[in-house]
Design a protein. Structure first.
Length: 223
């Protein structure tokens, strides 16, 4: 059985609309949280914490500039197949396998967070796929050689807000080409990437102009 919910891209962040309000979709967060202790999605009910690393619905709303009721992380998103259709404004999901024509890309999973391989100037980089990220990140010296794209203010649970100089980086995921606005994480956050042998984060910009299949149970992304 398939289900469909309204999907919104607002202020660079991706939200799904449930009866209780908007929830940030974040494949890069291990745990979900919200203003309610229980949340029903499709025919399942999930228990929610009221925060993740000190980030609450109120502070999340302030950081993203959109009032929302919480965040859906990998603990919930990982139980379904997903079709992200940002141009069409819909999220289709199912506990059964969904099908999308396109190029299938294998994913690694670290603590529930997907990792995808990208190519930048012929060099392979392992990067987290994070739908909660408004911009992408690259912890590599080559970043500074790409065209500048301005300063962005961002935030990270447990760390708080920070600013980063961004660059427009050309990269490919399988045969799909993208130009992503990439910054550099603060050194302390950058060190956390090393735990999973990753060099950056691919944000939700890859979803903006196409339908993308995200099938975490099969460890697959379809572009």
């Amino acid at each position: 059985m398939m289900y469909q919910l309204p999907l919104q891209l607002r202020n660079g962040h991706l939200f799904v609309e449930l009866n209780s309000g908007l929830y940030l979709l974040d494949t890069g967060a291990p745990s979900s949280f919200g203003t309610t202790s229980r949340l029903s999605i499709a025919d399942e009910t999930f228990d929610l914490q009221n925060n993740y690393l000190g980030l609450t619905a109120a502070t999340l709303s302030q950081s993203v500039g959109v009032r929302c009721e919480g965040l859906l992380g990998a603990d919930i998103l990982g139980r379904f197949d997903h079709l992200f259709d940002v141009p069409g404004g819909t999220l289709t999901f199912s506990k059964d396998e969904l099908i999308l024509d396109g190029k299938a890309v294998d994913l690694d999973i670290f603590m529930g967070i997907p990792i995808v391989s990208v190519q930048i100037r012929g060099v392979a980089y392992r990067m987290f796929f994070d739908t909660g990220a408004q911009v992408s990140y690259l912890q590599a010296d080559c970043l500074a050689s790409f065209p500048t794209a301005g300063i962005v203010k961002d935030f990270y649970p447990g760390f708080g807000e920070f600013e980063t100089e961004t660059h427009n980086v050309e990269l490919t995921i399988s045969t799909a080409s993208f130009v992503l606005r990439c910054g550099k994480l603060p050194d302390l956050l950058g060190l956390t990437l090393m735990m999973a042998n990753t060099q950056g984060i691919v944000g939700n910009q890859i979803l903006s102009d196409r339908t993308v299949g995200y099938f975490p149970k099969r460890r697959r992304l379809v572009l």
